[in-house]
Design a protein around this ligand. Structure first.
Ligand code: CA
Length: 525
């Protein structure tokens, strides 16, 4: 760290029209620090925080990313520290009169010849891992399932070396909920679609209690499970595989465990027979999100992810961005990039639904930002959103998913989800991702048991301290040691290696697994 502190004062300005820039130096800079262009700090400015590049009068617009991120609440002379306490936040853009599909970016040249080694599924999707997932209808069965999973791992898994893991899909839903409320469709389809994630090979087994509201047939109605090609059966012939704990046949706890293990072995045998095969990069389904963001997120890691997003689109893959409260302030950029009016309308519909959802709780999108975001230099949700949205790259947005829906097309997709890291990850799993990209500035050890999570650090200081948690260091961009394009390509190549199982992420290495957290906007009872 001493090495970088000796670097000359450096600020990063995103757009020529910006009247603020962020201080890049580790540890920040003191009053009197002089930049190469002669700008002198009149305040101490922490790393990642904004400095006024011009004299700002009270009420003047503060511009970053060529967007008004706030208004000065007092005069801020050139060289001042510009932070959330001296700024007033703009109101959110109206959802009416937005530009609809007005931007027609020139078609990106196709990227050909990139492949990975994946597990081809009967429904055409491709897995990056070969995992037995045990679906649960209700939280009541979680303890029993977990007990069984521990024994499966110890006693059965060693017999099936081609199976990577056994994962219990524990959740808080299933009973004590208003299951007929219209919004209950969100948690129900989320659970359904997670059980069909490409990494589980179409092998669906369910543990049910018996008396719960979310009955197995409601969770997975006939015809929803694509039959496995190994079985060669007709869809109609494949009965849902359910272990019901309240069955009269179960006498004593161990008989339940025996049932789960017996059924698991059937699925493990089929999963174990699968082999990786070479598939085109277009079979990647990547979810991107950020968490624990700082002012560097929008300068280093997210632009690098945006570059990789464009590479994925060029390779014919599917890539989704999410986090509604973090794109709400940039809705005009998104509707203008929609590939068709229908896609723009769907985006507006999702934003309006979320506005109403927040309004019910008497908050707005500004409830998103955390103390850590502000400490990291992000003054408000507008500034955070502008940095978050760049993860989506520059391609046209070709589809929109409502929360919990499964993706059915290629290209860049807006998957509407809350920005909450765990809920976003859970909903992207339901959407069918086989890889997850996560950028962080403050640092989070986030991981998922169901798909590999590649974590990208926004700052070299974080990458150094968390050297065995961060997979990619985008902080090199701020240090001047790499370009956005360099890190974007590094990330793209790492995605192919991780999807192939040739490399493991740090979260996989340490088995860091966050819980599935369902988005349930419907009432509980
Ligand atoms: Ca997030």
């Amino acid at each position: 760290m001493a090495e970088t502190n000796t670097r000359p004062p450096l600020y990063i300005r995103i757009h020529a029209a910006d009247n603020v820039a962020i201080v890049a130096n580790d540890g920040g800079l003191k009053t009197g620090a002089t930049f190469a262009d002669g700008l002198v700090l009149v305040d101490n400015v922490p790393q990642g925080h904004k400095v006024a590049l011009a004299d700002l009068a009270e009420g003047d617009a503060i511009v970053r990313y060529n967007v008004v991120i706030g208004y000065a609440q007092k005069a801020l002379p050139r060289g001042s520290w510009v932070h959330e306490r001296v700024m007033r936040m703009p109101t959110a853009p109206e959802l009416e009169g937005l530009p609809i599909a007005t931007v027609k970016p020139p078609a990106l040249p196709p990227l050909e010849g990139y492949t990975f080694e994946g597990y081809r599924n009967a429904d055409g999707s491709v897995g990056s891992r070969n995992i037995l997932a045990i679906t649960q209808t209700v939280q009541c069965v979680a303890g029993v399932t977990e007990f069984a999973v521990q024994r499966i791992k110890a006693e059965l898994l060693p017999k099936f070396p081609n199976v990577d893991d056994v994962v219990a899909l524990e959740h808080s839903y299933g009973c004590g909920v208003a299951i007929d409320a219209p919004d209950a469709i969100i948690p129900i389809r989320t659970l359904r679609n997670i059980s069909l994630n490409p990494n589980f090979g179409g092998e669906v087994m369910v543990v049910s209690l018996g008396c719960e509201k979310l009955q197995p047939e409601r969770l997975l109605p006939p015809g929803t499970i694509p039959i496995s090609d190994q079985r060669g059966e007709n869809a109609a012939d494949v009965a849902l595989d359910v272990v019901c704990l309240q069955d009269n046949a179960h006498v004593g706890f161990m008989s339940m465990i025996d049932s789960v293990m017996r059924q698991a072995e059937v699925h493990l045998e089929r999963l174990n027979a699968r082999r990786r095969e070479t598939v085109p990069a277009s079979e990647l389904v990547v979810g991107v999100q950020c968490g624990g963001s700082d002012a560097f997120s929008g300068v280093t890691a997210n632009p690098a992810v945006g570059f990789a997003t464009d590479l994925l689109v060029r390779a014919g893959a599917t890539v989704m961005f999410s986090e509604t409260t973090e794109v709400r302030d940039g809705i005009d950029q998104l509707t203008s990039r929609a590939s068709s009016p229908e896609v723009a309308e769907a985006m507006i519909r999702e934003m309006a639904w979320y506005d109403a959802y927040l309004q019910k709780g008497r908050v707005d999108r500004s409830a998103n930002t955390t103390p850590g975001n502000k400490k990291g230099g992000l003054s408000n949700i507008v500034e955070k959103a502008m940095g978050s949205i760049v993860k989506s790259g520059s391609a046209p947005i070709s589809g929109v998913l409502s929360p919990g829906e499964k993706v059915k097309q290629k290209g860049l997709i807006y998957a509407a989800t809350p920005a909450s890291d765990f809920i976003c990850g859970t909903l992207q799993l339901a959407a069918g991702i086989n890889l997850h990209i996560f950028t962080t500035g403050r640092g989070t050890p986030y991981g998922l048991a169901e798909v590999p999570v590649i974590k990208v650090a926004t700052r070299s200081d974080l990458a150094r301290r968390w050297h065995d948690l961060m997979d990619v260091n985008a902080g090199r961009i701020a240090d001047g040691d790499a370009t956005i394009e360099d890190v974007g390509w590094e990330l793209f190549r790492l995605m192919l290696d991780v999807a192939s199982g040739k490399k493991k992420t740090w979260a996989e290495h340490w088995k860091l697994h966050n819980a599935l957290v369902l988005f349930n906007p419907a009432p509980v009872t």
